[in-house]
Ligand binder design. Structure first.
Ligand code: GLP
Length: 246
């Protein structure tokens, strides 16, 4: 695992955006695995800026998002469909037929998940997966305690996740209790993974996930087993980690 320490959120986002630009430049038909949450927002803004400056072409890029709330349709402002449109897709020349997010409006969980696994398979796997990190170590919506071998599945969100995500909703009752998420197995099959972390509130979970025991209790700890992971964090998020300086 490689660790890159940026000064602050801005610097982390800039480095993450550059890694994505590099991926698209080297392979214009890349399949990008994309995350939501607050951490990647500035990264997406950088990508939009680079696209508008003429340096990037998304025409042949495909995207596969990690997760979506079960029960929210694409038009719902709290859905990850809406987030991706708002933060990235509507600002770039990506072909919507090449963008994929689990179908939150499909209430038949088995169908929604099987359909999504088929989409991931048909895309030929993920070249570069971007991940955020939940305070309890979740990646996507893979909550603590689940086996590492799952594909896309429906999860009951942990109370701590519902509490953390309540800030995006008018009140906590509105936060969906379930979500569809790409499984750890599909995440681990990505050729390359970049994990973005920022802020002091992430320092303890960063330490547990990347320097602690590999255990389903900390889902992100499985990433220690991946052959090509880059952790990009700011000084605050990495403050509990030992990083060799050259
Ligand atoms: C959310 C998302 C994850 C995200 C994580 C961290 O629940 N499902 O994909 O990485 O929580 O979010 P944030 O970046 O806002 O801390």
């Amino acid at each position: 695992m490689e660790i890159i320490c940026g000064r602050d959120y801005e610097h982390v986002s800039f480095k993450a955006a550059n890694a994505i630009v590099r991926q698209i430049t080297l392979k214009p038909d890349s399949v990008l695995g994309l995350a939501t949450g607050s951490t990647p927002i500035r990264t997406y803004e950088y990508l939009v800026e680079m696209y508008q400056d003429g340096g990037l072409n998304f025409a042949n890029v495909s995207t596969i998002n990690l997760d979506e709330y079960r029960g929210l349709c694409a038009e719902n402002k709290h859905s990850y469909h809406y987030y991706m449109e708002d933060k990235l897709f509507s600002h770039i020349n990506i072909d919507r037929k090449r963008t994929h997010i689990p179908d939150g409006a499909e209430l038949d969980a088995a169908k929604a998940c099987a359909d999504y696994d088929e989409i991931i398979r048909a895309c030929g796997g993920i070249d570069l997966q971007i991940l955020g990190l939940g305070h309890n170590g979740h990646i996507g919506f893979n909550e603590p305690g689940e086996v590492f071998t799952k594909g896309t599945h429906c999860v009951k969100l942990a109370q701590s996740t519902i509490d953390a995500n309540a800030r995006f909703f008018a009140n906590i009752e509105e936060v969906p209790k379930e979500a569809y998420t790409m499984g750890i197995q599909s995440i681990m099959q990505a050729k390359k993974i970049i994990v973005l972390v920022s802020g002091e509130d992430k320092k303890d979970i960063v330490k547990r996930a990347f320097f602690g025991a590999i255990t389903p209790e900390v889902p992100a700890s499985v990433l220690q087993l991946h052959q090509d992971v880059i952790l990009i964090g700011d000084e605050a998020a990495l403050s509990e980690c030992y990083i060799e300086k050259d």
